[in-house]
Design a protein around this ligand. Structure first.
Ligand code: NDP
Length: 312
């Protein structure tokens, strides 16, 4: 079996090569370059260059080292029938849960206000919040969303989740496009901390525009850890400035890195992090991908195969 590792960052490609070589000792693993012979059975990596697929006629599957695959699906030359397999958790779930809980508590427990008070040598106790009065609304209840839900539920938060298909979970009130406890408007009205955690697809792009965000109750907080394109930047700023929304923690943006002149940087109610809510951990990712390659090559079922028609 031959495996091509392809990644725009050479050091990451080398690390993946080394890890996969250990996980799959029988396989011949090589980092792809334009001199690489076109005979790989499987490719592993991220953002292959335009000529990659044309020069890999034997490829049976592409394994992404990211959970969100919209850029691979939109990339040039991807054969329409080539299976694309995404990363599932591989250590990202706990990171995502930590990030979302941390940003929520930082705001609810007034940590930014206390930091400002400390700088001013001010001693003022702010009102305590009862977390059960701040229902979390997860837009996206997949591999990562379920772990975020668990973390919030464990701290006493009420958790709502919205997904395409209805789910059942004793800790969560599940809303869905069809079925479940209600539709999108009901989900938004029942939510005070909105967490975006769904993939970027034609259906989710620009979904959180002015009209959608206005459905949230007054003083709601927004966390976007999905993709920048789900949220309409101008609508978020307008609703923060009008006081309808209390604040936002943003990890993902329409353009990354976030341009230096973007108004998010200096907005007093916005916290910005550089797409780090849950980063790919190479060792567990290589382990997961190696196991899937073994199963795939034995014609055994694997999870994480992207459904091209739905975009995730
Ligand atoms: P999954 O595919 O496991 O889950 C996706 C969830 O989104 C599912 O519940 C799905 O519904 C729901 N969904 C999809 N389309 C819609 C829609 N149109 N309306 C409502 N719900 C929808 O993905 P993961 O949990 O693994 O990852 C989610 C996203 O997180 C990734 O796609 C990626 O963009 C982002 N991400 C961000 C990271 C960061 O560091 N900021 C790191 C890793 C991922 P259903 O259950 O019905 O299928």
């Amino acid at each position: 079996m031959r495996i091509a590792v392809v990644h725009p960052a050479p050091d990451l490609a080398d690390q993946l090569h080394d890890l996969l070589s250990v996980e799959l000792p029988q396989a011949e693993v090589a980092v792809w370059s334009d001199r690489y012979a076109g005979d790989a059975d499987y490719a592993v990596g991220w953002l292959p260059p335009p000529e990659f697929f044309a020069r890999q006629p034997r490829l049976k599957a592409f394994f992404s080292i990211w959970a969100g695959v919209e850029r691979i699906l939109a990339g040039p030359g991807l054969p329409s029938d080539l299976p694309v397999i995404r990363l599932e958790d591989a250590g990202m779930g706990p990171q995502m849960a930590e990030y979302c809980v941390c940003e929520t508590l930082r705001w609810l427990r007034h940590h930014d206000d206390y930091a400002a008070q400390q700088r001013a040598h001010a001693w003022r106790q702010l009102p305590a919040e009862d977390v059960s009065r701040w229902p979390i609304g997860l837009f996206g209840f997949g591999v990562l969303g379920r772990q975020v839900a668990s973390a919030f539920a464990g701290l006493g938060f009420r958790v709502n989740a919205y997904s395409r298909r209805p789910h059942e979970d004793p800790r969560v009130v599940c809303f869905a496009e069809t079925g479940g406890a209600g539709g999108f408007a009901e989900f938004m009205r029942a939510t005070r901390v909105l967490v975006l955690l769904a993939p970027l697809t034609p259906q989710t792009r620009d979904r959180f525009d002015r009209e959608a965000l206005a459905l949230l109750p007054r003083s709601a907080y927004v966390i976007n850890v999905a993709r920048g394109e789900l949220l309409v930047d101008e609508a978020l700023i307008e609703l923060l400035d009008s006081g309808h929304l209390a604040g936002a923690a943003l990890d993902v943006f329409r353009t990354e890195p976030l341009p230096a002149t973007h108004p998010f940087w200096d907005h007093p109610k916005i916290r910005v992090t550089p797409h780090v809510a849950a980063v790919t951990l190479l060792a567990p990712s290589a382990r997961q991908i190696a196991e899937k390659i073994r199963r795939f090559s034995r014609d055994e079922p694997i999870s994480g195969i992207v459904e091209r028609a739905r975009g995730y």
